[in-house]
Design a protein around this ligand. Structure first.
Ligand code: MN
Ligand code: MG
Length: 661
């Protein structure tokens, strides 16, 4: 037997950068302690893999140590070895979410007999069961079923029906088995083997009917997660399940149970008969110190929901979720007498926040998807669409800009489709987007610069740097104006008649310079900023935003607008006045980056020419100086809505320009 030294948690802190393939295996205390009538059963979770098999960021076209099923897989063997008995499940969202997923869906397709790379990789690991996440539906039902047919393990989902819901949930016509009961031979403390019946029941967020309406409308329906559990769990008991485990592709939300709740795992855990809950969907970590403190019914230290063991294993393979059960024979059945939970990471950050890999790749997993990985590399590097104009961000702070325009075009296209049949369909849609790559501390080459012509997927990372998700808020015309007033904090106040005044407020990050598309406006630099950097009103009489118009008329301060943006801004990021989660009317499951990719694939040729919907208010005899990348010189004369002159070299490799106001 292997050496039994430390509790796994102690071991993790000692591991540092040491590869987990070392021969040292620390037995879980339950495995060491199990008596003759007791057995240790460890159930391992992967969740929200999103096609990340290789530890590789395809957008950046570079390796990345924070992700990859090949990494998580490499600790499966040692994690199994720590346990008396073990099982492995996947909790959904494996099929979409990186360019490898898009490559298979949009380019290669799934022909009869084809195996999807993420399924090939999962088949290497010996999963016992899986459930579906919302993203499994992004490419349509036919595609999903072709992919799933290659999996060497069963999928369960208790709340996805073919069309209408039955009056009794147990009469629902389901696409999948609601649950499976797997009879597993387990070894008890004396070494004797006997069977335990472990039931797995799966749940998907009911919101797939909204998020993937175009694929699911009239073909499917979803039932409330807790309602489905209450119907099927007693049937699992009747069929003889000793232990019932929920595979809940749904997060943890303590704000009270509501009908068709998206993140229902806390209340699911409260359903009688459920013994343990694997969660996911939110891309967070449970148990753990950060993500779920102060939720009544959730213990983020012990890892329990309603007193039952629960775990959420991050995303993209960042963690493996572990629920360890100490089982005891109870007549012919087994009961749980103790448990622990853990979310074990594949990397940590050192004192400088630098990522350090804790594990190596599992070669068999890499080998399973190697050809698809290479095809994906070719895919991200080759054109998938065309742009009729160059995409650059050199002048994004002084004029409406093509790199920001394309993001707003894509966001508007997306949200209009999402809201078209719901209660917000009648509202005008605006879009907020900011330049992410705009020099600054990134240096004089840190700009988006994609020539007209072919656009490759990896260029999209240039257009949308952060893995934000789409959200929309419903706000008034006055709040739209104040949003823009806050953005205008990007600039210093400029005295009328000033020569070469410094334009840019260096303390204001470019990612907070939101341009709002769908309205037209000017920025009056002669005024002081209306808000300070914390969104506090400091100059009540100041109005930098002038001539703010919607459809050619002055904006109505009381009219309501839908503004599509990202989760950062909608959640209050940047402290924009009154922009916070109470204004949010739509929380998308999709990243802004995915939306840009889909938009390009959908449109074929995109026209990112900026529509010059904003400009500076003219000021007689006034000029201001700003710096940008020297490669912007070739575009300076074609910038619409701003007169820009070369003003020589700036500091540290930047070039200086003069803005003639
Ligand atoms: Mn996910
Ligand atoms: Mg999800």
């Amino acid at each position: 037997m292997s050496s039994h030294l430390l509790h796994p948690i102690t071991r993790r802190s000692l591991m540092g950068g040491v590869a987990a393939t070392s021969a040292l295996v620390m037995l879980h205390p339950f495995a060491a302690r199990a008596q003759a009538n007791q057995a240790h059963l460890r159930i391992m979770e992967t969740t929200d893999i999103h096609v990340h098999v290789f530890p590789y960021d395809y957008y950046g076209d570079k390796p990345n140590d924070t992700m990859g099923l090949a990494r998580t897989a490499s600790i499966v063997d040692s994690i199994r070895a720590e346990a008396g008995n073990s099982m492995l499940i996947d909790n959904g969202d494996f099929l979409q979410g990186n360019p490898m997923g898009d490559y298979i869906a949009y380019e290669r397709g799934m022909k009869e007999g084809d195996q999807h790379p993420v399924v090939k990789a999962m088949n290497v690991l010996g999963y016992d069961a899986g459930t579906l996440g919302n993203h499994e539906f992004n490419y349509g039902l036919d595609f999903m079923f072709k992919v799933l047919s290659g999996a060497g393990f069963p999928y369960v989902c208790a709340n996805l029906t073919k069309g209408q819901l039955a009056s009794d949930p147990k009469q629902d016509e389901l696409f999948f088995k609601p649950y499976v009961i797997l009879e597993k031979q387990i070894r008890d403390g004396s070494g004797a083997k006997s069977p335990v019946k472990v039931g797995f029941i799966g749940f998907v967020p009911p919101q797939i009917m909204l998020w993937d309406a175009k694929h699911l409308e009239s073909k499917a329906q979803t039932r409330d997660i807790v309602d489905a559990a209450k119907a099927w769990v007693p049937a699992m008991k009747e069929e003889g399940a000793d232990i019932i485990v929920a595979l809940s592709h749904s997060g943890i939300d303590g704000s009270g149970m509501t009908e068709r709740m998206e993140n229902a795992s806390l209340y699911l855990a409260g359903v009688d008969g459920i013994d343990a809950v694997f969660t996911g969907h939110q891309h967070l970590v449970f148990p753990g110190p950060k993500d779920f403190e102060g939720i009544a019914g959730a213990d983020a230290v012990k890892g329990t929901l309603m007193g039952k063991p629960a775990v959420m294993a991050g995303f993209w393979g960042s963690h493996m979720g572990l629920i360890d059960l100490l089982l005891e024979k109870d007549g012919n059945s087994w009961k749980i007498v103790d448990f622990t939970t853990e979310a074990r990471p594949i990397y940590h950050r050192d004192a400088d926040r630098k990522v350090v890999a804790d594990v190596e790749d599992k070669p068999e997993v890499l080998a399973a998807a190697k050809e698809d990985h290479e095809a994906t590399l070719a895919y991200v590097r080759r054109p998938v669409g065309k742009s009729s104009a160059p995409l650059y961000s050199y002048f994004a702070l002084v004029a409406d800009d093509p790199s920001v325009q394309i993001v707003s075009n894509a966001q508007t296209w997306y949200i209009k489709n999402m809201l078209k049949d719901g209660e917000y369909k009648g509202y005008p849609v605006l879009s907020a987007a900011a330049p992410f790559k705009a020099g600054g501390r990134g240096g004089p080459d840190y700009y988006t610069d994609v020539p007209a012509g072919d656009i490759a997927i990896k260029n999209v990372a240039d257009l949308y740097l952060y893995p934000n998700t789409v959200q929309a808020v419903l706000i008034t015309g006055e709040q739209v104006k104040n949003w823009l007033e806050m953005s205008a904090g990007m600039f210093n106040q400029v005295e009328p008649g000033a020569k070469d005044a410094p334009l840019i407020n260096a303390g204001f990050p470019s990612y907070n310079f939101d341009v709002i598309d769908g309205v037209t406006y000017q920025i009056d630099l002669s005024q002081p900023a209306r808000f300070d950097k914390d969104g506090q009103l400091v100059n009540a009489d100041a109005n930098r935003i002038v001539d703010l118009q919607f459809q050619g008329k002055p904006i109505d301060a009381t009219q309501k607008f839908v503004v599509v943006t990202n989760n950062y801004r909608a959640g209050g990021g940047g402290k924009f006045p009154e922009i916070a989660s109470d204004k949010v009317i739509f929380v998308a499951p999709d990243t802004n980056r995915d939306v840009v990719v889909r938009y390009i694939v959908d449109q074929g040729t995109i026209n990112p020419s900026a529509d010059a919907n904003w400009s500076f208010k003219p000021m007689d005899d006034t000029t201001a100086i700003f710096e940008t990348g020297p490669k912007g010189r070739q575009f300076a004369s074609e910038v619409k809505g701003a007169k820009i002159e070369d003003a020589g070299d700036g500091a540290e490799g930047f070039a200086k320009y003069r803005l003639v106001l």
